[in-house]
Structures are given as structure tokens and as C-alpha cells.
Design a protein around this ligand. Structure first.
Ligand code: TXD
Length: 320
């Protein structure tokens, strides 16, 4: 065994084993990212999903363990933690109600991370995203570059899909950038979005799509989450959110230096100090290794500022 002593599988802890959590586990397995621990307060549920995934592994031909648990101690020394724990908004519930309930849950999760895996790279998915990722960082005390929120990759992926479908081109060749908070005020940046390097304003000039069609796709992106909630009725999107978070985790574990839009802690960039907001960042083995600062036009800046103001309001409303 001595020769193989350097071989160590990564450990991925998933807090929350609901719709997104279970999909995160499946994708981790299929991509062989490492061994998975799934924590949830519902007894037996993560254990059951874990066993089911173990039984999928021979068919798919990968080696990984999936362990369900109700104990934070099982997260010990995890390399990556992805947080989806929380409750979704139900009819009659205000945004503040959701904020209070999920803030309480995220505090407990942050304590668990602080105790058992303070060196982890932490991806927060729980809504309201920008406020929850900030709370997770504050309470866990982890360095801000190791705690990020997932929203931009998903929002950009939605925009990419709408464009690819409309233009009848491969999704692989469509790249989009979406900044700002994860809400209706998000800022899809058409000037920095392109198909095979050809920017969207150019494609409008080339008559591949009209400005009106483009505006409609921008709006559909902004309300992309709501469109799916409206169809599902009992929950929100989970496949694409899970895949988005996995791409961030993979960038960290494989030191890929990917440039992805994520909710990152800003210390003066874009004129924002001490808040999380969606911006392009580089993710590698150091976590968020760099915040990429673009020269926004005055119109883009105004949209971004409006989005930041919405985030600040949320953070102010979060129970301390
Ligand atoms: O872009 C984004 N960031 C998002 C965010 C996109 C889609 C959905 N987004 C949010 O992710 C959504 O609003 C939720 O706040 C989370 C998780 O969504 P999911 O669809 O996975 O919700 P589920 O299926 O309800 O799963 C949540 C699980 C569920 O199994 C609960 O039992 C568990 O969280 N839960 C807890 N786990 C651990 N600890 C505590 N205290 C706890 N309370 C509930």
C-alpha cells in the first residue's frame, strides 16, 4: 500500500439531500469527483439515497462511496462542501419569513463547517442566495475566497440555452456573462456574450436575431427560475442548479482556473465593499483566486448598482 499512499480520493460533503443535493451526489459520482457524504435532518432519507447511488455505481462503472448522515461530524475534513439545506418558499410565506427560517438553518450549517472542515471550499446554493452566502461566510469564519455562492453559472447557462435554441447552434459555442444578485435584478451582459466569439450586438447587426428577440431572451433569463417553479408547482429547478455548482467544485478540485460568474465577496471591486455579489471570478485550487473587474458602460453600471442595492436590502433584513 506504500506506493499508493499518495492516492487519496477527494471528499465532498453535501448539506441538504433534497432535489438539488441528490443531483449533486449523482453528478459527483458520474464525474468521479470523490467520496460523497450527504447530510440531511430527515432521518433515513440521505442514507436511502446514498445506498441507491452506491447501487448505481456498478452499472455506471465508477468507484465512490455515498454515505447518508444526520451528524455534522461525518463532514470531517471534507475538501468541498455544497450547501442546499433550507426550505423553499410556500404560498403565503413572505420573503422575510423565508429569510428568517433559512438563516437559522445556514447558521447551524456554518457552525458544522467551522468545527469539522474549516479548510473546505464551500459553495452555497440556498436561497435567498446572496444573503445566505454572506451569512455562511460570516458565521463559519472561513476566508471569503473559500466561500462562494452559485447563481451566475446557472443564470448564464439558461441564457446560453435560450440563445442556442433560437440560433440553432451548439450550446457549446454560446458563452454568456450574467452579473449581479440572484434575483429579478440580475444583469445579463449582452456585450460580453457571444456565439463562437461573435458578440450578441454583432449578431443583431448580422440579423441572426432582432434586438426585440434578444431583449425577450434577457427577460426570460431573469425570470428563468420562476418559469420552472410555475411548471413544477411543488419545487424549483434542480438539474441545472446542481450541474452549475458541480462545475464550480470541479474547478476547485482540479485547479482548472475557470472563469465563472459566481457570488463572490467584494472588497472594493465594482465599488462594492463587504458584500457578496455576482461577478466573474477565477476558481482554482486557491478558491476564488481573482475577481475579474470589467469596465462597465454607464448603463450596465446602473443596472449592476440596482442589483447590488437589492442584495444589500436582503442582507440588512437577515436576522443577525
Ligand atoms: O441559483 C440558485 N442559487 C438556486 C437556489 C437555484 C435553485 C434553487 N435554489 C435554492 O436551493 C432553493 O430555493 C432552496 O433554498 C435550495 C435547495 O433546493 P432543493 O430543490 O434541493 O430543495 P429541497 O428539495 O427542499 O431540499 C432541501 C433539503 C431538504 O431535504 C430538507 O430536509 C433539508 O434541505 N433541510 C436541512 N438540511 C440540513 N439541515 C437543516 N437544518 C435542514 N433543514 C432542511
Amino acid at each position: 500500500a506504500e506506493g499508493a499512499s499518495h492516492v487519496k480520493r477527494h471528499k465532498i460533503a453535501l448539506v441538504g439531500a433534497g432535489q438539488i443535493g441528490a443531483t449533486l451526489a449523482l453528478l459527483s459520482g458520474m464525474k468521479e469527483l470523490g467520496d460523497v457524504v450527504m447530510y440531511d435532518i430527515v432521518e433515513g432519507m440521505p442514507q436511502g439515497k446514498g445506498l441507491d447511488l452506491c447501487q448505481l455505481s456498478p452499472v455506471e462503472g465508477f468507484d465512490a462511496t455515498f454515505k447518508g448522515t444526520q451528524s455534522y461530524a461525518d463532514m470531517k475534513d471534507a475538501d468541498v462542501v455544497i450547501v442546499t439545506a433550507g426550505v423553499p418558499r410556500k404560498p403565503g410565506m413572505s420573503r422575510d419569513d423565508l429569510l428568517a427560517i433559512n438563516a437559522k438553518i445556514v447558521r447551524q450549517v456554518a457552525d458544522g463547517i467551522k468545527t469539522y472542515c474549516p479548510d473546505a471550499f464551500v459553495v452555497c446554493i440556498t436561497n435567498p442566495l446572496d444573503a445566505m452566502v454572506q451569512l455562511l461566510q460570516e458565521v463559519s469564519g472561513l476566508p471569503p475566497n473559500k466561500v462562494v455562492g452559485m447563481a451566475g453559472v446557472l443564470d448564464a447557462s439558461r441564457f446560453r440555452y435560450f440563445l442556442a435554441e433560437k440560433l440553432n447552434v451548439s450550446v457549446e459555442d454560446v458563452h454568456c456573462l450574467v452579473m449581479g444578485g440572484h434575483g429579478d435584478t440580475m444583469v445579463p451582459l449582452v456585450r460580453y456574450s457571444n456565439v463562437g466569439g461573435i458578440t450578441l450586438p454583432d449578431l443583431v447587426k448580422m440579423k441572426w436575431l432582432t434586438q426585440d428577440e434578444l431583449n425577450k431572451m434577457v427577460d426570460r433569463t431573469r425570470f428563468g427560475g420562476g418559469e420552472i417553479v410555475g411548471l413544477l408547482k411543488t419545487g424549483s429547478a434542480f438539474y441545472a442548479p446542481a450541474a452549475s455548482a458541480i462545475s464550480m467544485a470541479e474547478a476547485y478540485l482540479k485547479d482548472k482556473k475557470r472563469l465563472l460568474p459566481c457570488a463572490a465577496y467584494l472588497t472594493g471591486e465594482y465599488g462594492v465593499n463587504g458584500f457578496y455579489c455576482g461577478v466573474p471570478v477565477i476558481i482554482g485550487k486557491g478558491g476564488v483566486e481573482k475577481v475579474v473587474e470589467l469596465q462597465l458602460t454607464s448603463e450596465e453600471s446602473a443596472m449592476f448598482k440596482k442589483s447590488v442595492d437589492a442584495v444589500k436590502e436582503l442582507v440588512a433584513a437577515t436576522p443577525k
